[in-house]
Design a protein around this ligand. Structure first.
Ligand code: CP
Ligand code: NVA
Length: 305
């Protein structure tokens, strides 16, 4: 595995398999009360320039449970907010901590940090990608469906950072992925181009959510206005009419369809209340699995094993 985890295109299929296996193993061991203090004496820094509940707490608890320490830094509390350059901050932090998780707007900032750091840098969400999310989501699919091969995954909603990450995962793992977005809110062409040409044969794009979800094993959605896009919400509510994941839409999918959402969810917008409370919705497993997957990622990057 590379030094950093900035995008899922940084991973080979083998890396995905190692992380899934290890995260599932660490989850089982934790459930049995076995404490794997693998990162004793190690420190994870978290620089977050956007809000977070799950990713932050999953990283912090993962680090603590592995015997290490997390240090959370809001960008506003650091000299970054007073324009200390990324390349200087990265070099300084590399002298204090063993790994850095960053959540920010522009993806180029995490790339800049990774370039100047001697420690691993993890993308904890940027405007472009959310790699740790999709790793734990695929782990959840493996737990519920026994694997991801032959599983029809359908994205219903905005062509955003989480959707981009599904494209990356699909291109490395050759997933059966269908992306349904309203006109004007599709995945950017450069993301599709960057997904390796020979393997994206099973990725399909459409503006018709009803057609997309036919025979779906997994239907995944996310907010219509991501962090940073909130000012466009009313325009987006108009544009996304027909894209709500509700019982009527899911009736077109397979009977045992899993409904997924990275959360936070906006009830009555991208998802209906009854779907949120449905037994086939696995949002809470997704949220839990972030902690186990983050452990596997931290172990891999910090211990380089
Ligand atoms: N899914 C996710 O990344 O949630 P948070 O924004 O709460 O971290
Ligand atoms: N697309 C959402 C994901 C939040 C976890 C956002 O970027 O706000």
């Amino acid at each position: 595995m590379k030094k950093d985890l900035l995008s899922l295109l940084d991973l080979e299929k083998e890396d995905f398999e190692i992380l899934f296996k290890r995260a599932i193993q660490l989850k089982e061991r934790y459930a049995k009360g076995i404490l794997d203090k693998l990162l004793t004496g190690k420190t994870l820094g978290l620089i977050f320039d956007k809000k977070s509940t799950r990713t932050r707490i999953a990283f912090e608890t993962a680090m603590i449970q592995l015997g290490g320490h997390p240090i959370y830094m809001s960008t506003q509390d650091t000299q970054i907010s007073r324009n200390e350059p990324a390349k200087d901050t990265a070099r300084v932090l590399s002298r204090y901590i063993d790994c850095l998780a960053m959540r920010t707007f522009d993806h180029s900032l995490v790339e800049e940090f990774a370039k100047s750091s001697t420690i691993p840098v993890i993308n904890a969400l940027t405007d472009s990608f959310h790699p740790c999310q999709i790793l734990s989501d695929l782990m959840t699919i493996i737990e519920h469906k026994g694997g991801y091969e032959g599983i029809k995954i359908v994205w219903v909603g905005d062509g955003n950072n989480v959707a981009n990450t599904w494209i990356n995962a699909a291109s490395v793992l050759d997933l059966d992925l269908t992306v349904a977005s309203p006109q004007g809110f599709e995945i950017d062409a450069h993301i599709i181009k960057a997904a390796s040409a020979d393997k994206k044969s099973h990725i399909r794009f459409t503006n018709d959510p009803r057609d997309a979800v036919k025979n779906a094993d997994v239907v995944y959605t996310d907010v219509w206005a991501s962090m940073g896009d909130e000012h466009e919400l009313s325009e987006r509510i108009e544009a996304f009419k027909g894209f709500q994941v509700n019982k009527a839409l899911l009736s077109l999918a397979r009977k045992d369809v899993l409904t997924m959402h990275c959360l936070p969810a906006h009830r009555g917008e991208e998802i209906s209340e009854d779907v949120l409370e449905d037994k086939n919705s696995v949002f809470w497993d997704q949220a839990e699995n972030k902690r186990h997957m983050h452990k596997a990622i931290l172990e891999k990057l910090i211990l380089k094993n």
